[in-house]
Ligand binder design. Structure first.
Ligand SMILES: C[S@@+](CC[C@H](N)C(=O)[O-])C[C@H]1O[C@@H](n2cnc3c(N)ncnc32)[C@H](O)[C@@H]1O
Length: 245
């Protein structure tokens, strides 16, 4: 089962993710009028909505594995973009698209070899991908706080992670193996101070951890992590620019 997201809380607390997305959107420009663009891991559709403004007649397909996130994305994008509740590992959008965008999502997908094959298959030859997700070293200090709280309150979560924070080198290899002819991948530190750190940590970081605990142990664990986390949160983004061969 996928991570259950609190879509309303994400909408209210995801200012950091929205600001990171600006760099990705800028890399996509100029976009040809009428392009078909696929947003993978679209969440509540905040970034998807920005894609609609990038060129006249842009057609956007937004895909996310979470029913909660896609429900809110559909509300936001009604009649303006096609929203599909679909796992990226089973990506199927019919006719290959001209461009793929993905922001703050791919590190949640468990098998990156398969993921890159699916992304390549969804893109037309010469099509581009511009993406950003958690990369090697991402939130290392936050993960220490999670382990410290787990040691005390949730030993079954000790050392467990729902994320793949890939290196640029390994990602480039996976992309070339999957059929991209250009793959540029690089890490970027993004120290982050969310407006409401506790709500941010609960919503954007701990959702999968909390899902694995019985209901009565979730809040004490989340509170213990929040107590231990130090600002700024030590985000490291993996940026990805590629062209399909
Ligand atoms: C932090 S949110 C990012 C949402 C949006 N791109 C943004 O920047 O605001 C991560 C999203 O990735 C989605 N996701 C995680 N694993 C996925 C998968 N295997 N396939 C598709 N979407 C996935 C989650 O459901 C969630 O909506």
């Amino acid at each position: 089962m996928g991570t259950p997201w609190d879509a309303r809380a994400y909408d209210l607390t995801s200012a950091p993710q929205q600001s990171w997305a600006e760099d990705v959107i800028a890399r996509l420009l100029p976009l040809a009028p009428g392009s078909r663009v696929l947003d993978v891991g679209c969440g509540t559709g905040l970034v998807t909505e920005r894609l609609l403004e990038l060129a006249p007649g842009v057609r956007v397909i937004a895909v996310d594995a979470s029913p909660e996130m896609t429900a809110l994305a559909r509300e936001r994008l009604a009649g303006r973009a096609e929203v599909l509740c679909q796992d990226a590992l089973a990506l199927d959008v019919g006719e290959p698209v001209d461009a793929i965008v993905s922001t703050a999502a791919l590190h949640w997908v468990p098998s990156h070899e398969l993921l890159w094959r699916r992304l390549a298959a969804a893109l037309r030859p010469g099509g581009v991908i511009e993406a950003q997700c958690g990369g090697a070293g991402n939130i290392a200090r936050v993960r220490e706080a999670i382990d410290s709280a787990a040691r005390e309150l949730a030993p079954e979560l000790l050392g467990w992670s729902p994320w793949e924070f890939a290196t640029p080198e390994r990602t480039r290899e996976r992309m070339l193996d999957a059929g991209f002819h250009t793959a540029r991948c690089w890490l970027q530190e993004k120290p982050t101070e969310p407006g409401d750190p506790d709500a941010f940590v609960r919503t954007s970081i701990l959702a999968a951890h909390l899902e694995r605990l019985p209901a009565e142990r979730r809040e004490p664990f989340a509170a213990a992590v929040c107590e231990r986390v130090r600002l700024p949160l030590d985000y490291v983004r993996l940026n990805i620019s590629g062209v399909r061969g």
